[in-house]
Design a binder for this molecule. Sequence first.
Ligand code: UGA
Length: 464
Amino acid sequence: MRVSIVGAGYVGLVTAACLAEIGHTVTCVDKMAERISGLNAGRIPIYEPGLEALVADGAAAGRLFFSTDLRAALADCDVVMIAVGTPPRPQDGVADLRFVMQAAEEIAQAATRPMVVVTKSTVPVGTGDRIARLLHELHGRTDLNVVSNPEFLREGNAVADFREPDRIVVGTDGSHALSVMRALYAPLIERDVPFVVTSRRSSELIKYASNAFLAMKVSFINEIADMCEGAGADVSDVALAMGLDERIGPRFLEAGPGFGGSCFPKDIYALIKSANDAGTSMGLVEKTISVNETRKRRMARKIEAALGGDVYRKTIAVLGLTFKPGTDDVRDSPAIGIIRALQDRGAHICAYDPKAGAEAMGSFPGVMLAGSAMEAATGAHAVVLMTQWPELVELDPEALANVMHSPIAVDLRNCWDGRRFARHGFAITAIGKPQIGPSSENGKVWDAPNPKPASATDDERPVS
Ligand code: UGA
């Protein structure tokens, strides 16, 4: 089958390369000429594990092409996918549909034959209807059939998520469009991947509801972690046992510094807006946002407490800046708010991230960027594990202790072995578990009570 994808961004590129892998001939179209010429030369504009090799394979097999010419790309297509950004509008955080509607407009003008127009971009409920109105009523293109087919690709795992999805969702009321979509995903459907057929509106909502639910799960376990600290319990054990209940499931129960990224925060705001438009409210989802927002200041207070209650003029080594490992994306990373709150209290921050380099530093004003974790930790009063990159999780506490000013560690991902750190003289604080002090001379490790949690009033102030 011949497929065109409008947008050579994260979703567009991954989808294009993966559809080429399962045998389709795919042209990925973007207006950014530089991006397209780079892709034609094998340069991938984003970091995503496995993508570069997949793009190279697709190109070598003669099934994956990159172009700026939409008309030419659509000339012999059966399917065109819209995979452009829906960034939050600065004034209200609601999804900006400008690029989606523009892509639809251009498809209406460029398509010279009937085809299925698939919305891959994450769009509010009713957007498919808007696109259909534009194509059918404004342009008279009743031969263009609009289908919703949301993506569920996690950054850092996107290729694997495409190859082995939990489900494929298709929203359409047209039988021809449905048979085209079945043919598109036939190699996956043959492997028994659930194929959910529904209305366009339900399909659009499935995407938002899924992201909001996952974010809610994360905020829930984060609140349980806070409670564990006050109650002397261990959130890892609580999450493990909760997750063994099949009705709950183990995933997205890792307590941490809060969720970030380009999807959860944006999609939650968009869902709330859609709910309001539909005359309902989303109390749980609204609370999910506020719990996540206040968490940044709370994490800063936690780091401050680990340093004896004062970070003024102290140097803190922050390890990891991306919102999660496996990506170079720092959009809405919890690191941004936590670092800002520490800087507000007078701390100097020296950071290291395996992938976020100088170009990401616009989001971290005043932060010194080190070339390695050990360089960031040298002379630091405390080290903070912000993102669980494997190379940071595997750091040797003895080597860290040797270069630091004082052996204080804050593990915001519960990935460091606290007792091992303690044996090398560290006082280590994690999330939702007892604080561990340095080993005594006979090698015994002691558990210290956690410092009093920050007051709610202070936590609820937004990070300036
Ligand atoms: C998310 C969804 O998981 C994808 O299914 C969806 O397709 C994508 O958004 C999208 O809308 O495009 P992503 O933003 O890449 O994917 O990241 P996740 O792996 O979902 O993580 C989101 C945030 O939650 C991260 O900051 C992560 O550190 C945090 N998280 C996740 C936790 O703090 N604890 C957990 O147990 C899981």
